[in-house]
Design a protein around this ligand. Sequence first.
Ligand code: ADP
Ligand code: MG
Length: 257
Amino acid sequence: MNEPNTATHNDLETNDTIIKIVGMHKWYGDFHVLQDVNLDVARGERIVICGPSGSGKSTLIRCINRLEEHQRGKIIVDSTELTNDLKNIEKIRAEVGMVFQHFNLFPHLTILENLTLGPIWVRKTPKREAEATAMAYLEKVHIAEQAKKYPGQLSGGQQQRVAIARSLCMKPNVMLFDEPTSALDPEMVKEVLDVMISLAREGMTMLVVTHEMGFAKSVAHRVLFMDYGRIVEENTPAEFFDNPQHDRTKLFLSQIL
Ligand code: ADP
Ligand code: MG
């Protein structure tokens, strides 16, 4: 966790943009929750999004795989624009994995079944192959020995690692994380962050909503700060933490650091 962050834009393999958001707005009824969001994410880039509660962080990342619909502007993922076209939505969801604060595992299915459900039913992967892939990812998150258990028999940290493995089984090109450690007891935060750090080291494109500033410092290429539905500041972690520009960012940092 405390290793120096050597991430720079130069270590990104390409300059190829995997997510492009242009002039995007979203309303919940009359409430203008996202206001003119513009963001380009390069393939392999790792972005941490922070900001006060209610600033629109979850809504923003939920728009990227259409768990929420935007009303104005464009969201383009790997050259496919998100519209109401179901084919496009399916294509984008196939590329974009998501991990939530509250794991969202199916309680009545075993860990292994949670991991193979999507590949078998959505991807039509043969069961044996889906299980082999699932076991490989469970090993990667150090939890293979729990494959036959049910989510309720695992700790929060273990369940979140299962949720990450479940997303990886769908072979995403981008992973979105929405406060993946905020529902965990403190002693379990590290085991989940370590899995995320190893994913980062493998070059996964990641957008992570988190207040874990140690994580941001060690793996992010960029930190975005949101307030009232806008990205108000973005910078490299070093600049962001040591030299915040906006008063709102300074206030936020003074409260969490
Ligand atoms: P954050 O993740 O930064 O805490 P959210 O994106 O969850 O912020 O929410 C941004 C704002 O939108 C908050 O004021 C929240 O109450 C509101 N909001 C979130 N979801 C809905 C919804 N489904 N309907 C109406 N308002 C919502
Ligand atoms: Mg949120």
